[in-house]
Write a protein that binds this ligand. Structure first.
Ligand SMILES: [Zn+2]
Length: 482
């Protein structure tokens, strides 16, 4: 006896999209078969006629644990910071069933235990499954870098580094994980990654030029927030991407760039990929939806997250990259503020990063990629779940509608047509996508066989999410595998 059969839908599998029945037993998908093939009985038959069944979204880039560490001050006094509970709630409502957070690597003691301690704030507070990247920075000792292999063996084979501090010292947020890693440590770290496997996630921006841009911004009339793209400029991305790609080529490691924003960054990735280098690119829904002229609105800082929005030509090239495989997956860089907090910062130093996109990613990418730009359903699954799962070592447990995969499922109803309002959303008090037209929205969401969201009702609980351990297929790290 199965627990559930989903019938009548168009199902997107690794073998292609088509009419299939999907059978679920416990936490797993156990049957994917042609319609009307004889199946065991099921406790529930879900008629999904007219709908589209895809793997639950995988969100490879959120900031949740850092916000609720012991001693972390409230970013808005009186408003609790958004931690795992709030991020995962937005994720599950929006069809995302796995999220990947960030945790710093300690210098002393058991490195993996330090990561587990940091991630303890997720325990019992998550509607989704979750894992974490480990963050190295210039505050790490050469000894801690040399012990990188311990993290891989513990199931955390992805490292995040920043090539910039993003802001000058007077603008930095206490306890933030945003901290530069110098090129010396980075080349050492890459040698360790080459030895033990794993993938390097890079926030690439040239630190010297960024800091000089801050230094000269006042006298050059660039201090107001809407100049963010002149500080975190196209040039800054161009230089850093090329430098890191060259280091990775020499070391022989696989990398991906988080939140690609500029055509120059995209071009650097495309060139490396055409040379056979395992370089991948992540793009934020934010950078696909908006460009820098939004900053010129009175409350235009609400569209910002770091590095910055660029120009329309960049936005269009990011779409091209996503449609034609130079970019690999979509993400959010989720971090929450309230509207008043978001618009309180009015200059390049105090403007707030963070963006409330985790809930809209699956639906907005479906609308803008599949409906408006003709992206195939298979490619849609690649850029919302499968490719992130492969890059981070979760595939095929996650990111696939296939026998033996976890029954993490988003059922998209393509008949939903509306402009998004705050009533459709479940996080905080504003969204850059308020008023955004959508055609198609995830209306049923399942995590390991449990129905979490169904037709506007939340059925899941924050004790449902589980910590995931990962292992990356070596082929992903040898060439651009997808
Ligand atoms: Zn981030």
């Amino acid at each position: 006896m199965l627990d559930m059969i989903i019938k009548g839908a168009q199902v997107v599998t690794p073998m292609g999209a088509g009419q299939w029945d999907v059978g679920i037993l416990g936490e797993k998908i156990v049957v994917v078969s042609v319609p009307d093939a004889p199946l065991p009985e099921a406790k529930r038959v879900l008629d999904a006629t007219g709908k589209i069944v895809v793997p639950g979204g995988i969100e490879p880039h959120i900031h949740a644990a850092s916000n609720v560490q012991p001693g972390m001050p409230e970013s808005v006094p009186g408003v609790p910071n958004a931690g795992p509970m709030e991020h995962s709630l937005g994720a599950i409502w929006g069809g995302t069933t796995t999220v990947v957070d960030f945790a710093p690597v300690p210098n002393e003691g058991d490195l993996a235990a330090g990561v587990h301690d940091y991630m303890a704030v997720w325990l019992g507070n998550s509607y989704t499954d979750y894992s974490t990247h480990c963050v190295y920075s210039s505050s790490n000792t050469p000894d801690a870098i040399s012990r990188y292999g311990e993290l891989v063996r513990a199931g955390f084979p992805s490292i995040k580094i920043f090539t910039t501090d993003t802001k000058p010292p007077e603008g930095r947020i206490p306890m933030s994980l945003v901290a530069k890693m110098d090129m010396g440590r980075l080349s050492d770290l890459m040698a360790e990654i080459a030895r033990h496997g794993g993938v390097l996630a890079v926030h690439g921006a040239d630190d010297e030029i960024t800091m000089y841009n801050y230094l000269t911004a006042k006298q050059r009339g660039r201090w107001d927030w809407h100049n963010a793209n002149l500080i975190h400029s196209n040039l800054v991305e161009d230089l850093a991407f090329h430098r890191v790609i060259r280091l990775a080529e020499r070391a022989g490691v696989g990398i991906y760039f988080v939140h690609v924003t500029a055509k120059e960054g995209l071009d650097a990735i495309a060139e490396a990929r055409s040379n056979g280098q395992p370089v991948y690119g992540e793009v934020l829904t934010l950078a696909l939806s908006f460009e820098r002229s939004r900053y010129d609105e009175d409350d235009g800082m609400k569209y910002h997250t770091f590095p910055s929005l660029k120009y329309e030509k960049d936005r269009l090239s990011l779409w091209k990259g996503l449609l034609h495989h130079d970019l690999t997956f979509t993400a959010t860089d989720s971090g929450f503020t309230t509207y008043l907090d978001k618009i309180a910062g009015r200059n390049i130093l105090d403007m707030r990063g963070g963006n409330i996109g985790i809930e809209i990613r699956m639906g907005v990418v479906y609308t803008d990629a599949v409906v408006k730009r003709g992206m195939s359903l298979e490619r849609y699954v690649d850029v919302t779940s499968a490719n992130a799962a492969k890059t981070l070592g979760l595939y095929p447990q996650k990111g696939a509608i296939a026998v033996n995969s976890d029954a993490d499922i988003a059922i998209i109803d393509p008949s939903v047509k509306k402009s998004l309002t705050m009533n459709d959303l479940h996080l905080r008090d504003y969204s850059p996508w308020e008023g955004w037209p959508v055609e198609g929205w995830p209306t049923t969401v399942m995590l390991r066989g449990k129905v979490m969201v169904e037709e506007g009702r939340l059925l899941g609980s924050p004790t449902d999410g589980r910590l995931l351990f990962r292992k990356i297929e070596p082929s992903v790290l040898q060439r651009p595998a997808f």
